[in-house]
Design a protein around this ligand. Structure first.
Ligand code: DC
Length: 221
C-alpha cells in the first residue's frame, strides 16, 4: 500500500527544521522516492548566477533560460541539465540567491510543473515550503515541521563549524531569520501551514523521536 503509485507525503516548514533528514530516513524505510524541492530552487539559482541573470533581469531573458532548463534527481543526486550539481548548490551564494529567486513567479511556475509530474508517476515524500498548500493540496499525509529559530540555528551552526570553525552562532541565526522572512513574506505561495497539516514542533526532540512521530502518522494514513 505504501509504495502505491500516487501516494504523496508532504513535509513543509522553515529552513533547518530537519525536514530533509527525516524525509530521507522515511523514504528509505518506505522504499519510495524523496524529492527535495529546495534543491530544485537552488539548482535554478545556481544557473541564474552562472549565467549572470539577476532577480530583476528582463523576464524574457529568464523565461528563455527556464525554457531550456531541466532539474531532476537520480541516485540521490540533484541534476541540473543532466549534470550533478549536488555540492555546488550548497554554497552560501546559492543559498542567498535561492532565497530571493524562489519568489519569482516564473521560477515557481516552472518547478511546480516538474514537482507535480514527479509525484504523479510514483509514490513520493516531498519536502519544501508550499507542498501541502500548493504543489499537492490533496496529498495523502501532510506535515508542518517547525523549531524555534535558535534551535534551528544551533543545529545548523554545529554542522557548519566542522567545515569553518570561525563561523559565529549570531551570523547563522541572522541568516536563518532572513530566510524565514523571505520565505513567509513573498507574494506567491509563501510558507504557511496547510489547514489539514499535522504540526510537529521538533524543539528538544532528537531525529529518532521525530521520525517515529511521522512514521506512525504515515502508517495510519
Ligand atoms: O530548503 P532549502 O533551504 O534547500 O530551500 C532553498 C530555497 O528555496 C529557500 O530559500 C526556500 C525556497 N523554497 C521554496 O520557495 N519553495 C519550496 N517548495 C522549497 C524551497
Amino acid at each position: 500500500m505504501m509504495a502505491a503509485q500516487g501516494f504523496r507525503v508532504a513535509i513543509d516548514g522553515p529552513s533547518g527544521a530537519g525536514k530533509s533528514t527525516i524525509a530521507k530516513i522515511l523514504a528509505n524505510e518506505l522504499g519510495i522516492d524523496y524529492i527535495d524541492t529546495g534543491a530544485m530552487y537552488r539548482a535554478i539559482a545556481l544557473k541564474m548566477l552562472e549565467n549572470g541573470i539577476d532577480i530583476d533581469a528582463d523576464p524574457a531573458v529568464l523565461g528563455e533560460m527556464l525554457a531550456h532548463t531541466d532539474v531532476d534527481f537520480a541516485q540521490g543526486k540533484t541534476l541540473l541539465d543532466g549534470v550533478d550539481v549536488s555540492d555546488r548548490i550548497r554554497t552560501a551564494a546559492v543559498t542567498d540567491m535561492a532565497s530571493k529567486s524562489s519568489a519569482l513567479p516564473q521560477v515557481r511556475e516552472k518547478l511546480v510543473v516538474l514537482q507535480r509530474a514527479m509525484g504523479e508517476k510514483k509514490a513520493v515524500i516531498m519536502d519544501g515550503r508550499d507542498i501541502g498548500t500548493n504543489v499537492f493540496p490533496s496529498a495523502e499525509v501532510k506535515f508542518f515541521m517547525t523549531a524555534s529559530p535558535e534551535e534551528r540555528a544551533s543545529r545548523r551552526w554545529a554542522e557548519m563549524k566542522e567545515k569553518d570553525p570561525t563561523v559565529s552562532f549570531e551570523a547563522v541565526l541572522a541568516a536563518i531569520e532572513e530566510r524565514d522572512y523571505n520565505d513567509s513574506h513573498r507574494a506567491l505561495n509563501p510558507l504557511t501551514k496547510a489547514d489539514d497539516a499535522i504540526e510537529i514542533d521538533t524543539d528538544g526532540l532528537d531525529i529518532e523521536s521525530v521520525t517515529a512521530i511521522l512514521r506512525a502518522r504515515i502508517e495510519s494514513a
